[in-house]
Design a protein around this ligand. Structure first.
Ligand SMILES: Nc1ncnc2c1ncn2[C@@H]1O[C@H](COP(=O)(O)OP(=O)(O)OP(=O)(O)O)[C@@H](O)[C@H]1O
Ligand SMILES: [Mg+2]
Length: 395
């Protein structure tokens, strides 16, 4: 089925500028962040598509968007990503294409399951592979006078196999950008902890630009939901008012809108029943994760238990039921608990201006900003949280 792309007009325009290499060698790396399923991948692909249409920029999309069971799989995706996009410029990239071919052979050697006679150390470490590949691409790019934008989706999945420091990572990509200013690297990730790790490695903030993507606007969410329903042939007797109502409850997260309809088709349930079911599941998930966090905050003094950590978490949860919380308001000693909630997809680090959960985004649904608040990861968790707070803390 052909992919549809709805809305996000301002974001596409903004990112088109940010994706373009501008021949100024000091440009910073661009990170696109936002909760899972919000549309970071779809948006980046859309921007690349637009860039390709209207300029001579070579666009490369590298997909590390799945979890890999071994390094070989991840390297294969890396090579495939380059191969697919550079093929159109084959004649300009002869040396590089040759490199890709030889890399493919090396990768298949890594996978050889039988015990190799060669000493293990002789196999090139993954980072060398990775750096070598990018380095030779950028060099050849300079020779042939093209510009390139390289989007690397979910880089952290690749980095699982390496022990590269965050600073090493930034330095490497920066050095590539600094060669000629003819390449721009963009990273998309839903893993906030990854971005946080990079920033906490004493990296000057000007090296990293962050683009936060929030919920789609209400109009676009309605349009998307209607389109998804049309494609699944289930829009027969549903009034616009009801669609609006559903969108108000689910919010502007495209993946959730798709899931809602897919689920309804697959299990032959009404959309409202699926919604109730999702709400129930999200609530149960919230209760379970909070229980685990509460357990981890208890300090056992032998004769008595101290539960100070939990009471702090509790205060934040109560606040979150009303509004996003500014990161500067959060106690340092509670960050590990917040990170756990972010890691398990209940909360997110976000930009207040583009969040779209407590009230709908108007026109703008994403932009450059420093993440300034924590908030629920979507409207389902927001309502579950409200529910939890009123049931458990008597608010
Ligand atoms: N603007 C849009 N119009 C139509 N469909 C969209 C739009 N944005 C996203 N989608 C669809 O919604 C789903 C989720 O989007 P996508 O995979 O881009 O999210 P993501 O933020 O990259 O998520 P993750 O963090 O899990 O990688 C996909 O099926 C995608 O095609
Ligand atoms: Mg993605």
């Amino acid at each position: 089925m052909q992919k549809i792309f709805i809305g996000r007009k301002q974001e596409v325009d903004l990112l088109k500028k940010a994706f373009k290499p501008v021949n100024i060698p000091t440009r910073s790396l661009l990170f696109i962040v936002g909760p899972s399923g919000i549309g970071k991948t779809a948006l980046s692909k859309k921007v690349l598509e637009e860039l390709r249409k209207e300029s001579n920029i070579i666009t490369i999309y590298i997909d590390f968007g799945r979890t890999y069971s071994n390094l070989q799989e991840a390297l294969q995706d890396l090579v495939r990503g380059f191969e697919k996009h550079v093929l159109d410029y084959k004649s300009a990239f002869e040396k590089f294409m040759e490199k890709l071919r030889s890399m493919k052979n090396k990768i298949s050697e890594i996978s050889t399951p039988i015990v190799s006679l060669r000493p293990f150390e002789e196999q090139p470490p993954p980072l060398q592979f990775f750096q070598d590949l990018i380095d030779s691409f950028v060099n050849e790019l300079s020779e042939c006078g093209y510009l390139a934008t390289i989007v690397i989706d979910e880089l952290q999945n690749f980095l699982r196999f390496t022990n590269w420091s965050a600073w090493g990572l930034v330095k490497f990509f920066m050095s590539q950008q600094e060669k000629q200013g003819n390449v721009q690297f963009v990273f998309t990730t839903s893993d906030y902890i990854f971005r946080k790790r990079i920033l906490s490695d004493r990296i000057p903030v000007e090296y990293i630009d962050t683009f936060y993507l929030g919920e789609m606007t209400k109009e676009d969410s309605i349009e998307l939901l209607e389109e998804i329903m049309k494609r699944a042939s289930i829009n027969k007797n549903i009034e616009h008012k009801m669609i609006e109502n559903i969108v108000d409850q689910i919010g502007g997260v495209p993946a959730l809108l798709y899931n809602l309809i897919n689920y309804s088709v697959k299990y032959e349930m009404s959309i409202n029943d699926v919604l109730r079911y999702f709400e129930k599941r999200v609530y149960e998930d919230l209760v379970e994760k909070l229980k685990a966090i509460r357990k981890s905050t208890i300090i056992d003094h032998g004769t008595y238990y101290e539960d100070a950590g939990w009471s702090k978490v509790k205060n934040y949860l109560v606040k979150l039921a009303d509004s996003p919380i500014s990161i500067s308001e959060i106690n340092m000693d509670i960050f590990s608990e917040i990170d756990k909630l972010v890691d398990s997809n209940i909360l997110q680090y976000a930009c207040k201006e583009y969040l779209g959960i407590y009230k709908w985004n108007k026109e703008k649904s994403g932009g450059m900003c420093y993440l300034d608040v924590i908030a629920p990861s979507n409207r389902l968790y927001y309502r579950a949280l409200k529910d939890y707070v009123s049931k458990n803390f008597g608010a």
